[in-house]
Design a protein around this ligand. Structure first.
Ligand SMILES: [Zn+2]
Length: 373
């Protein structure tokens, strides 16, 4: 989900949580402001100046923004009570997402974190209904609209399609029953995909019946389908790697093929890359680990310079972040590699290199163990 929210801006921080807006949210902002000020407000409160409609339209869109953020804060506050930190709250075209670091410790926590969102939307619906009861004219229409929208938000999120809130509630229930977090995630994700497909089919039928809302349903269905698919995959990886330590799947020090910084590119291509079929080699001089050379660095060098270019000119210098302890969980190594955008980490124990763990190595392990399981 990380790449999904590229193109977001942080607009502020509340209780330590950065609030971010994805550019697709601006589309919703524009659509809501426009549809309310040109259709809804003139219909329910006629004979007002046009500027008044637009101001109320924009106000409604901002209050909706705050409502969605409020919903995500409700999730976040409960999560923080269970010591799960929140990286950020992002508002995008389909609503909001509170990005949590880590999973709930037990089914009860999962249930409470999930249900807090819809409950907060229902709470807002009541508040706006009350406000609309005590106001008249366009202000009444504004509050009535927000009450309806929050009610819909609450109900919609309760649909049991993981990763929506209702799907998380479902995962909590399965998790409680079967006592297996991975099984629960995979089950809830498959049900989530089925519900997403239902959205897509229903959307297609709506479009055929000339109901434009169908397009929206198709988009949401497609988004939920891929999100549930990612959750399913991640959960399978976590399951296969659970309890596996870095030392269990690393390449041991004695088996690592290292190269000297003084050899040339053409030597490394012919005697190492072509011979061993690895994607990269550690560069070592006098027993000291200097860094890594991968095909990526070689790719940018013209072929006729292969004879004259030394590895010392092109290798990537080692970074402290590319080290991991052999006792660390293998899943942590995978997360670090993804975060650091690197294919391998150096396994270090008390300043001594004991091995190398690679993405390919983990992928191979997953492939084999996933089949035997
Ligand atoms: Zn929610």
């Amino acid at each position: 989900m990380k790449g999904l929210f590229q193109g977001s801006w942080t607009i502020g921080t509340i209780i330590g949580i950065p609030i971010r807006v994805h550019f697709t949210w601006l589309i919703i902002f524009g659509l809501i402001t426009w549809s309310l000020s040109t259709f809804y407000f003139p219909m329910v409160a006629p004979d007002l100046p046009v500027t008044s409609y637009w101001i109320k339209g924009a106000l409604a869109a901002i209050l909706l923004f705050i409502s969605v953020a409020f919903h995500e804060f409700a999730h976040s506050l409960v999560a923080m009570r269970y010591k799960i930190s929140i990286e950020s709250i992002t508002l995008f075209i389909f609503g909001g997402v509170a990005q949590m670091k880590g999973e709930p410790p037990h089914p009860k926590a999962e249930f409470e974190i999930a249900i807090a969102g819809p409950l907060s939307s229902f709470f807002l619906a009541i508040v706006f209904f009350l406000l609309s009861a005590y106001t008249v004219g366009s202000l009444n229409a504004l509050f009535y609209y927000l009450a309806q929208i929050n009610l819909i938000l609450g109900i919609f999120n309760l649909i049991p399609g993981f990763p929506m809130d209702g799907g998380r509630v479902l995962r909590a229930i399965i998790w409680q029953k079967k006592r297996n977090f991975f099984y629960a995630t995979q089950k809830a994700s498959s049900i989530g995909q089925m519900i997403a497909l239902f959205f897509i089919f229903f959307g297609i039928f709506s479009l055929l019946a000339r109901m434009p809302v169908g397009l929206w349903l198709i988009l949401i269905g497609w988004f939920l389908y891929s999100a549930a698919g990612v959750s399913y995959q991640q959960s399978t990886i976590q399951e296969v790697l659970s309890g596996i330590k870095v030392k269990d799947i690393m390449i041991k020090e004695k088996d690592i093929v290292t190269i000297s910084p003084s050899i040339t590119i053409s030597e490394v291509v012919n005697n190492y890359f072509l011979k061993y079929g690895y994607g990269g080699f550690p560069v070592v001089s006098d027993g000291k680990y200097l860094g890594i050379i991968t095909l990526k660095e070689i790719k940018d060098i013209p072929k006729n310079a292969f004879e004259d270019t030394k590895i010392s000119d092109v290798y990537v210098k080692h970074k402290k972040n590319w080290e991991i302890s052999p006792e660390e969980e293998a899943i942590k190594a995978l997360e670090t590699m993804i975060k650091e955008d690197t294919g391998r980490l150096v396994v270090k124990e008390e300043n001594k290199i004991t091995g190398l763990i690679t993405r390919n190595g983990i992928a191979r392990y997953l492939q084999i163990m996933g089949k035997i399981k």
